[in-house]
Each structure stands twice: as structure tokens, then as C-alpha cells.
Ligand binder design. Sequence first.
Ligand code: ZN
Length: 214
Amino acid sequence: MSRATNRDEPRAEIIAAARSLFQRGLTHGSTGNLSVRVGEHLLVTPTGSSLGTLEADELSLIDTAAGAHVSGPRPSKEAFLHAAMLRARPEANAVVHTHSTYAAAVSCLDGLDPDDALPPLTAYFAMRVGRLPLLPYFAPGDQALEPAAEEAARTHAALLLSNHGPIVAGTSLGAALDAIEELEETAKLFLLLRGLPTRPLTPEQVRALARHGK
Ligand code: ZN
């Protein structure tokens, strides 16, 4: 594989994921952003772009440590959150953020447990997402959210932003997508089950999943 191909690979991966999310209605308008770690930098979708029409040469490069814009178009105004999650999780290589309908709906509910916004309804949610802290509301792009997100991301791969949506880090873009889609499906189940007697997995069942591998 040539060096040029290696350099282009994360770009192609981001575009394929962006299209897939958009086509399946997991992002709308110009919402949602994705990033992949490339050495000391972070390749991220630009501000004001639709994930349905974005092209590989339209991605932004930012510095992961400082969050500063390095090259390409102006990054998403939520790119600082991606950088914060990757700083907090050295093993992670990609971050996905959406305003997907069911997770965004849950993020607007009153009375959620801020330490764990969704119960472990299914094994796949417990394995791929785990505990989901709810972060306080900040306007999109408000960098005051950065310290809280970075702190929470040290111990959690997925965060739910109040009145906004989920953000998930993964060892690969595929893993981050799997996790955010599992989160969206569990948010949907949670809303379908509201008001019905529900039996989430027990703490012992969740521990057994962790013990027996993912
Ligand atoms: Zn957002």
C-alpha cells in the first residue's frame, strides 16, 4: 500500500461513515460530526457541512492537544469535544457525535440519573456503551463544556449531552459507530418502554458480560 493510500484511508473511512449515518436518518441537516485520530492530529468533519454530501477533500485537520485548526476548511464548532475525548482516552482513535432522534429525546427528559442516563436494557448496550453519564446543557460550540467532557471521558466511552445528543469514542471509527447506533436503539427501547413495568439487566448480569468478554 502506498503512503498516499495510507494517508487517504481515514478520509475515505469518514466519508463512508458520514454517508451511512445520513442515509439512515441518524443525522439531519448539517448536524453530526465524526473524527479519526491521525498521529498528533485529528481529521474532523468541517463546520456547516451535511454528512450526506461531504467529500474526502473537505475535511479539517486539528491539533489534538490544543484543539487548534491546522489545515483544511474550518472545523466543526464541536471539534473541541472530539479532541477532548481523544485526549482523555489514549486507546481511542475515533469519535462520533450525532443529534439522532431517540438519544436526543432522552437527553431532554427531566429526572434522568446524571451518572447513568440509560438502563442496561440489553446485553449489547451493556457491552458497547456501558454507563452513560449525562452532561449539563451548554449551547453548541460553548467551550465551557470541554473540561466536563474530558473528565467524564476518562472513565466513560460514551457521553450524553443534555438537550443535545450523544458523543462516543471508539478504538476505531467502526467501533464508535456501532456504539452510538446501539445507544440510539436503546434510547428508542427506553422510550417505548416508558410507563411499562421493565426489567433491565441485573448488576450481576452486566458484570458477567464484562467478565466473559465483549
Ligand atoms: Zn451537536
